[in-house]
Design a protein around this ligand. Structure first.
Ligand code: HEC
Ligand code: HEC
Length: 346
């Protein structure tokens, strides 16, 4: 396995001054050509430390990324909390590098099934309340859009999702809990979004929907919402084992300029503070989910790119097989927690 994300000693680190303005394509940039599952890797992101802030990839163009302190286009009453949190995150990551007490064990210990906890448990009461009440959960707007798309033919004469699958409440129940799954046609694991796009291509004669685009997120949220309350149930399919092993190797490998692994935070230091955030165990039980910092719905892939940018590692491109492998391992690591889609997270 290739670990091309090791970027120690790259000129980035030396060249960056505090507050220096550097720019590039961020991991969050909306990419107009994000249609296909297979894509060229993202150009290497340039990340800069702004004083007192998260390392934010600055976008040269594109829309959708809320800048800290900019209340436009979002949920206005949440904005002050957000900038506070972002400042907290930044201090956290910086403190982390300096910290000698941050326990990084040589061999990461997996969390036993009985001790697995959703990120929901560590959230502030207001954020939990927002997730639990469908009338205040902003993710439900995407779920409603997904319900419309489910019933709508992609073009005249082509079957709607509902045309083949019937009512999603029956046909899609529990489905999201067992993705990523092995796709015999392509001979590799696919996640739920990949599966939906396969149906678009093969059963609807339509173009695949853009990854991270509103339509695919809405359909995925609608389908996954049918599994809310179902326990994560990774398929006992040995064809997934190589991907899960690769995902585990990625999870425990040090990557990026800070020399951190995912496990260093999510296995060894969950429950500890990182600035104003509490490090969760990192279970993908609520995706796609509404993140207050995004002011929108996003996929698990996007969440992983956020963590990788924080680690100053080169983030995975959307739909990258390594990202799917990591997702397959994360789902196994999360079982038997319950699906929460659409979850809300800070
Ligand atoms: C022409 C019929 C047809 C249409 C239209 C269709 N599908 Fe499918 N879908 C299938 C079949 C058949 C399967 C089983 C796997 C296979 O053979 O491709 C499937 C499988 C799935 C699965 C995986 C189910 C599982 O248990 O793993 C999901 C999720 C799904 N479809 C979602 C959708 C969505 C969302 C749409 C609309 C965008 C859609 N499908 C449109 C026929 C269809
Ligand atoms: C420096 C510590 C750190 C590292 C390293 C890190 N993360 Fe995270 N991760 C966090 C924090 C903090 C959050 C929660 C942020 C928030 O929502 O406020 C988080 C959130 C997550 C979540 C979302 C959980 C949920 O409830 O939705 C997942 C999944 C995740 N991380 C996976 C990973 C993976 C995979 C890696 C390695 C590629 C990784 N993280 C590396 C700190 C870290």
């Amino acid at each position: 396995m290739r670990l091309r994300r090791m970027k120690r000693g790259s000129p980035l680190l030396e060249g960056e001054g505090q507050g220096e303005v550097c720019a590039s394509s961020g991991e969050d940039a909306k990419r107009p050509n994000e249609g296909a599952i297979h894509r060229e890797p993202l150009p290497r992101p340039v990340v800069c430390w702004l004083p007192d802030r998260l390392p934010l990839p600055l976008q040269a163009s594109g829309k959708g990324r809320r800048r800290p302190g900019d209340p436009s286009g979002g949920v206005p009453h949440l904005t002050p909390t957000l900038s506070f949190q972002e400042r907290g995150h930044a201090r956290g990551f910086l403190a982390l590098i300096a910290s000698v007490t941050f326990a990084v064990s040589a061999v990461a210990t997996e969390i036993p099934p009985g001790e697995r906890r959703s990120g929901f448990d560590a959230m502030a009461p207001e954020t939990r309340a927002m997730q639990e009440d469908d009338t205040s959960n902003p993710g439900m707007l995407w779920v409603q859009d997904g319900a419309e798309l489910w019933a709508q033919p992609p073009s005249p004469g082509k079957p709607a999702c509902a045309g083949c699958h019937g009512a999603a409440e029956a046909g899609m129940r529990g489905v999201a809990a067992r993705y990523p799954a092995f796709d015999a046609r392509s001979g590799r694991p696919i996640d739920l979004q990949g599966r939906i796009n396969t149906c678009r291509r093969e059963h609807q004669g339509a173009e695949p929907l853009a990854l991270e685009g509103r339509d695919l997120l809405s359909l995925a949220a609608y389908v996954a919402n049918q599994s809310r309350g179902s326990a994560v149930a990774p398929p006992a399919d040995p064809r997934l084992d190589p991907a899960r092993a690769q995902g585990r190797a990625l999870f425990t490998a040090r990557m990026g300029q800070l020399g951190l692994s995912c496990a260093a935070c999510h296995d060894d230091n969950h429950g500890r503070r990182l600035g104003s955030a509490t490090i969760p165990q990192g279970h993908p039980t609520g995706y796609p989910l509404y993140r207050l910092e995004w002011q929108g719905l996003g996929s698990l892939g996007r969440r992983l790119r956020n963590c990788m940018t924080g680690m100053r590692a080169e983030p995975f491109a959307a739909g990258d097989p390594e990202a799917i492998a990591l997702e397959a391992y994360l789902m196994q690591r999360a079982a038997p927690l319950l699906i929460e889609t659409p979850a809300v997270r800070p």
